[in-house]
Design a protein around this ligand. Structure first.
Ligand code: SF4
Ligand code: SF4
Length: 393
């Protein structure tokens, strides 16, 4: 989207949410005081206060979760409040929606947790508390990789193994710059290439955990499951409740299974969190090696507007909307993403926060980024390919 009113693109959206909240006496309540409700509470920035939990389970009535009272559904009906349904199971969620509708509530009186966290909460946090929230930011420490996947979304299969990694100073400076402007991130990823090839990972992980863990809902390390993490890395990871994301390319590469299992066993037996992807998870082909829109601005804008990539990147003071675009542009030598970033060093004050938020949500001078010329964007779903098929070395 092109900036038309830079620094004020969300003014109307906020006014709309404000009206909705005023209708509910400016109260926000979480419906569901179970484990998922508690998890949703942990996602909130410390400044963002909700008024109560509501639960149908009478045994929870009167309890407190982090000083927030659990009230009965009947009490909620008397006291009102904008409802956020904080229940994960889709069937249970559906039942709560039916309950609310049958009691005369309308869809403008409540939101499901994912819509709330993706759309409503970031705008309220910015306009009411002057804090910026972005769901995902990644820091790529190395472009080198132990694998050479066809259609790697970062083009890492084309990178020589002697390519220089990011220096420790540059990595720490990137993290510092990001959190000078960002108050809360959903998932902060240290990635590659293969992240565990990065020899200074213990230093950078320790730095991110020590300095900014409170600003992150999750601190993640991605790995392709070909390197067993050292005890030093695991010890730091355990201390900062780091999640290892272990990708799974064993369907296309059964020979990777044994090593991948060892990697997972090591992480789990050390007591660290481990997210193991399903084997049959396919990829969508971005088409960087065959799409060419010939510089057609309308087409690039259409592709950008239809694209829902979440993966922002911090690199020095540069904040990229699309890490795939930055990485592929460099690693596959398109060299077209020279101005496709926001320079965080040029931002300051509340206006700067709003510009940062708008950029992170897809606003820019051009309304697209140059790599969209070579990308399938949302049309990726029509190009399903096996995950992690290897090119010859
Ligand atoms: S997709 Fe494959 S080549 Fe690309 S970074 Fe991951 S493991 Fe490496
Ligand atoms: S369409 Fe553009 S923004 Fe979306 S993934 Fe492709 S290059 Fe990135």
């Amino acid at each position: 989207m092109k900036w038309n009113n830079i620094g004020h693109e969300y003014d109307d959206v906020f006014e709309e949410y404000k009206r909705v909240l005023e209708k509910h006496n400016n109260r926000i309540v979480f419906f569901g005081a179970g484990n998922y409700g508690k998890k949703c509470l942990r996602r909130l920035h410390a400044d963002f206060i909700i008024d109560a939990f509501v639960d149908n389970d009478k045994s929870k009535e009167g309890q407190y979760i982090n000083e927030i009272k659990v009230i009965s559904y009947e009490e909620y009906l008397k006291s009102d409040g904008y409802i956020v349904i904080t229940v994960k199971n889709p069937e249970n969620r559906k039942a709560l929606i039916e309950q609310l509708l049958s009691d005369g509530k309308t869809e403008s009186d409540f939101a499901e947790w994912d819509f709330f966290f993706d759309k409503i909460y970031p705008v309220l946090l910015l306009y009411m508390y002057e804090k910026v929230y972005v769901p995902v930011v990644e820091l790529s420490l190395t472009e080198r990789c132990t694998l050479k996947c066809k259609k790697c979304a970062h083009g890492c299969g084309y990178v020589p193994m002697n390519m220089a990694d990011m220096g420790v100073d540059a990595a720490e400076q990137s993290i510092d710059t990001l959190f000078r402007h960002l108050d809360r991130v959903g998932n902060f990823y240290l990635i590659g290439g293969e992240t565990l090839l990065y020899k200074n990972l213990p230093i950078v992980l320790e730095y991110a955990g020590n300095t900014y863990r409170d600003h992150m809902e999750n601190l993640m390390v991605s790995t392709n499951g070909t390197i067993i993490p050292s005890d030093e890395i695991l010890e730091i990871a355990k201390r900062f409740n780091v999640m290892f994301n272990v990708s799974n390319y064993t369907k296309a590469n059964p020979n990777l299974t044994e090593l991948r299992n060892k990697v997972i066993d090591r992480i789990v037996s050390f007591g660290c969190r481990c997210n193991q992807f399903e084997q049959d998870r396919d990829w969508m082909d971005y088409g960087f090696d065959f799409v060419d829109r010939k510089g057609n601005v309308d087409e690039m804008t259409r592709v950008f507007d239809g694209c829902d990539t979440l993966c922002r990147e911090i690199r020095g003071s540069r904040f990229y909307y699309c890490i795939q675009a930055r990485a592929v542009s460099e690693n596959m030598h398109f060299n077209v993403s020279e101005d496709d970033y926001l320079d965080l060093d040029k931002l300051s004050g509340l206006e700067g926060k709003r510009i940062f938020f708008e950029y992170a949500n897809g606003f820019s001078e051009k309304g697209y980024i140059d790599m969209c010329n070579y990308c399938n964007g949302a049309d990726c779903k029509d190009y399903i390919i096996p995950a992690g098929e290897q090119m010859p070395r």
